[in-house]
Design a protein around this ligand. Structure first.
Ligand code: ATP
Ligand code: MG
Length: 413
């Protein structure tokens, strides 16, 4: 094994022993999201780089540091770091604004960010998410949060914390941003390099910096006073109270976190995150929010919208390990042809079955059957002669002889 090639740093194989967890999560997503009227959309993994500089924002970490970008035929192309921008592009390009609102879409698939790999943080990772277009009412925000919470419940995750905040609209936020900048100004030199850049371009994002020195500064009393001050205009305030009212009535537990932000002007009003206490420092499983300005930002008509994205690897790491499903049956026989023919009949009936392809001895075949299947179907010389099959239940050891043509009736678990 010289020169063995290894998987790239920050990427992982999803191996057969884990795939059932993925199917479980994906099937639940499909069921829950469709029960709320969301339809699946699949957009390309590669998009033009501009989509993300305009759609995610060129002052964000994602666009500044984390994108996989390359040139092809004089075009700058980027592996999608997230899927909202792609879905919005498709919404506009396919004239979905002509459909009656709300337009509800969901997606799943790999995203790419050049980050420092660590537990819960990969360079290729999978997200599952939803987007809803065309409704500016707080009922839409409530339904999106409800969808997220119920999906998480459906996979058995009940003990998660929902945090919400409102970041207002570009109008009421402007004054707040100025106040924030003024109060932080004396500490500018003490902030991390990223925060120094955010200070000018994206001051709201200062608040969710993960560097502890910066957080210590933002924890100062006079800065906290500004952070906690109410800056929302009347409309934004009403929207936020109505959302909270819905959540209370719907029995969704949440806490308010004024540090929860999305820094860009096309994000408006509601932002939320869902966190787990069992994930260490990479503890967010879901991030979402309203982005009423984004469709217009990407060249469409003004369209209110809201959505969320969840990190599938983080979700799956919270689930209990599942046992690998066993095959329904393994055919034990020295006659490959008879085994083949029976296996094909059974597969047509939806039964999962394997046969021996290696001319192994009977006892070896039985051993293999007991490892991988629920039933051993024994086709010895006598059975073949009499059109019979001996069925051995590999959990109980019980064995019965039945007619070959209806043996599938006995293979229920
Ligand atoms: P974080 O603060 O953890 O970097 P983020 O704000 O970059 O999160 P979003 O862009 O909102 O995250 O993505 C939504 C979800 O996708 C996150 O809550 C997380 O569960 C998951 N996620 C984001 N980046 C990664 C990554 N590099 N590896 C694995 N999961 C990720
Ligand atoms: Mg990130």
């Amino acid at each position: 094994m010289t020169n063995m090639i290894k998987v790239l740093k920050g990427t992982k194989d999803i191996l057969p022993q884990d795939i059932e967890m993925w199917h479980f999560v994906e099937e639940n997503a499909q069921n829950i999201f469709s029960s709320y009227g969301f339809k699946e959309i699949r957009t390309p993994i590669i998009e033009t780089t501009d989509l993300f500089s305009r759609g995610v924002g060129d002052t964000t970490d994602i666009v500044n540091k984390e994108m996989y970008t390359f040139e092809k035929s004089d075009r700058s192309i980027t592996l999608r770091p997230e899927n909202t921008a792609g879905v919005v592009r498709s919404y506009i390009e396919n004239g979905m604004h002509r459909l009656s609102a709300p337009v509800k879409l969901w997606y799943k698939g790999p995203m790419f960010r050049y980050e420092r790999p660590q537990a819960g943080r990969q360079r290729q990772f999978n997200q599952i998410g939803v987007e809803m277009f065309g409704i500016d009412k707080p009922a839409a925000d409530a339904e999106i949060i409800l969808t997220a919470v119920n999906f998480l419940k459906s996979i058995g995750l009940n003990n998660l914390e929902v945090e919400i905040n409102s970041i207002g609209c570009p109008k009421c936020r402007t004054e707040y941003k100025e106040k924030l900048k003024n109060i932080i100004k004396p500490y500018l030199n003490e902030l991390c390099e990223d925060c120094q850049a955010r200070y000018e371009k994206n001051p709201l994002r200062l608040l969710d910096c993960k560097v502890s020195e910066c957080q210590n500064i933002y924890a100062k009393k006079e800065i906290q006073e500004v952070i906690l001050s109410d800056f929302l205009c009347k409309d934004c305030c009403e929207h936020y109270s109505e959302l909270k009212n819905f959540l209370n009535k719907l029995n969704i537990k949440y806490s308010e976190n004024k540090l929860l932000v999305r820094g860009l002007d096309y994000y408006t009003r509601t932002v939320f995150e869902i966190k787990s206490n069992n994930l260490g420092s990479q503890n967010a499983v879901c991030g979402g929010g309203r982005y009423d300005g984004l469709v217009e930002q990407l060249g469409g008509e003004h369209t209110p919208a809201i959505g969320f994205a969840m990190g599938m690897e983080r979700l799956i790491s919270l689930l209990p390990q599942q046992e690998t499903k066993k095959l329904d049956a393994f055919i034990v026989s020295n006659s490959s042809l008879d085994a083949f023919l029976l296996a094909e009949e059974l597969r047509k009936k939806g039964i999962s079955v394997e046969i021996d392809l290696a001319n192994k001895k009977f006892t070896k075949q039985l051993e293999k059957a007991s490892k991988i299947a629920k039933f051993a179907l024994i086709l010895g010389e006598d059975e073949i002669l009499n059109e019979k099959v001996s069925i051995k239940n590999l959990f109980t050891g019980e064995q019965i002889s039945v007619d070959k043509k209806n043996c599938y009736n006995y293979l229920g678990s």
